[in-house]
Ligand binder design. Structure first.
Ligand code: ADP
Ligand code: MG
Length: 244
């Protein structure tokens, strides 16, 4: 196997007295889609947030695209350009258009000129199927469209890895499909992705590997068919049974 693009080893995270991550090891290969499942509170969001250092792990090592994410010498804002993140809440600026939201990251984070940022932002909106909505504000867009703007904003920076934390959980059921379709096309373009979600149909169709977390540890992992049809651990079986 070539060097993993994400290598997280021995990750522990404490919030005060609470031991939330208890030694997580996760290697992700380039172009791999890793799907993370587990009960509420098991540490899925904390793990994703440690990967781009939105949270500081208490101990362990993390490299992303060859960058040591925990080294004090690393320029974390620069390193984060390689790691796109999409949250359950879309976090768009309400007073700016879709185009403005995507351009802002390109101008502030990547230092692009206005003209260059606009060209890249329009192409990113096109990729998520929203070229015609470029001049709409978030309030004029459906939840699914807003989430696709958030995805466009992330991919416009050409990240090496995309992290998704329950990207469809806040959406009305009829809007989920459009977001999953965009994620599917990203995956087909070869993007490396780590996805926390309850969308098991998407996992079966698109995931290379499913990781089951419980109580701050990876309990079990494997191909979707194995984890969903034939889990080895009782806790995995119980969880799969609940969400089916
Ligand atoms: P999941 O995403 O799997 O639902 P989280 O990573 O959000 O789990 O949370 C794991 C545990 O860490 C929970 O018990 C949660 O209450 C706790 N936790 C998360 N963030 C914080 C924080 N900023 N301060 C204190 N506790 C936190
Ligand atoms: Mg979470």
């Amino acid at each position: 196997m070539t060097a993993p693009i994400v290598a997280a080893h021995g990750i522990h995270k404490h919030f005060g007295q609470v031991h939330v991550l208890k030694g997580v090891d996760l290697d992700v290969a380039e172009r791999e889609l890793v799907f993370v499942i587990g009960p509420s509170g098991s540490g899925k969001s904390t793990l994703l947030r440690c990967l781009n250092r939105l949270e500081e792990p208490s101990s362990g090592s993390i490299t992303v695209a060859g960058i040591d994410m925990l080294s004090p010498k690393t320029d974390i804002n620069h390193a984060r350009q390689h790691i796109g993140m999409v949250f359950q809440s879309f976090n768009l600026y309400p007073h700016m258009t879709a185009l403005g939201n995507v351009m802002l990251a390109l101008r502030k984070v990547a230092g692009k000129s206005r003209a260059e940022a606009e060209t890249i932002a329009r192409a990113a909106l096109e990729r998520v199927g929203l070229a015609e909505r470029a001049h709409h504000r978030p309030a004029e867009l459906s939840g699914g469209q807003q989430q696709r703007v958030a995805i466009a904003r992330a991919i416009a920076l050409e990240p090496r890895v995309m992290l998704f934390d329950e990207p469809t959980s806040a959406l009305d059921p009829e809007l989920v499909g459009s977001v999953l379709a965009v994620m599917r096309s990203l995956r087909e373009s070869g993007m490396t992705m780590i996805v926390v979600s309850h969308e098991m149909g998407f996992a079966r169709a698109a995931a290379d590997r499913v990781v089951f977390m419980d109580h701050g540890l990876i309990v079990e992992q494997g191909p979707p068919a194995q984890i969903f049809e034939n889990p080895a651990h009782e806790r995995t079986r119980a969880f799969i049974g609940q969400i089916r």
